[in-house]
Design a protein around this ligand. Sequence first.
Ligand code: CO8
Length: 375
Amino acid sequence: SAVVISGTGLYRPPHTISNAELVEAFNRYVDLENARHAEAIAAGERPALAHSSVEFIEKASGIKQRYVIEKSGVLDPARMYPRFTERPDEQLSLMAEIAVEAAQQALKQAGKTGADVDAVLCAAANMQRAYPAMAIEIQQALGAGGYGFDMNVACSSATFALEQAVNAVRAGTARCVLVVNPEITSAHLEWKDRDCHFIFGDVCTALIVERADTATAAETWEVLGTKLATQFSSNIRNNFGFMNRAEDSSATARDKTFRQEGRKVFKEVVPLAATHIEQHLDKLGLSPAQVRRFWLHQANLGMNQLVIKKLLGTEQAEAGSEVAPLILDEYANTASAGSIIAFHAHRQGLNTDDLGVICSFGAGYSIGSVVVRKR
Ligand code: CO8
């Protein structure tokens, strides 16, 4: 029997930060820092920090706002990161809480309950803790059976998890798999760095994967194939980890949060992603022109435009149009959740047998594509 995606869910945090709000707080931080170090700056011992700008952000990225779970800490120029309260071990953790919300929506869409789930894959660019696995906490909160585990392939966590889910169902080791992507990017973004402070937003997505003959949802998407690839690069990197203490390095040092060589990433990843999709489709006997919709990773508008141009040629529709819907203007980059938000929010208007491609690309580098057909 075919393996299908039978439900999707989306947890959207309660707060938005517009580019104007973000830049205002950032510039206040810059002014405070420059005043604090005025002497060293005047003596040429330290470079002055530069202001950010709304125009730059929109032009360079296409991002207009982002959702965050906690806003006041991010916009506090004396802090510049969210304010979360540590929870006791007995309380559901924040990452599990947003995963459960997204999961419940996906289950509802699939016509299932937590008890139907027998595998939970929590796939995200960062985990709240090392263990016990977030997935096992989510499994318990939903009343699911079977097993759960966490996996991290940065921006490609969701597509890589989808392949694991499809394989588990195909092999019969699970009947109904929940994939969740809780991305609390606000906690590991460097909000004090103008090169990247605008890039990320918080969100959680969820997917239900099962066999077509167990699916009861009105709308299901057959997974025709998955293709994963990785190629090592330090151009996107976060050195935060359990070795920091033993290495006597500061957990607050710049290299312990997100950093990247944005230009290099742009240049290197666009051709990788386009070629990856082309080769995947070719292996399935398909061509890009036969695909009705591309749900691409949401990092940068220009990047998606180039990927689509390479796939479809210049006269064809652009990214941001119906063929490659854009959600990053509203959500910013949500790491692994981006292409799944696009799939969740923009799959209307497709008919039975229409083809689509979900594709992620990002840190690692990692690229994952999933070719689906509407049933
Ligand atoms: N305001 C004003 N000016 C700015 C700002 C700002 N905020 N930031 C930079 N500038 C300046 C620069 O200093 C530079 O000045 P100069 O020319 O004098 O040196 C000038 O503007 C141009 O800067 P850039 O060359 O950096 O600008 P780009 O046009 O390349 O745009 C981008 C920067 C938007 C970052 C772009 O390069 C990009 O989007 N690249 C692709 C990046 C990408 O897709 N990365 C994927 C990362 S996500 C991922 O894989 C998941 C990781 C795990 C999640 C982590 C969660 C926290």
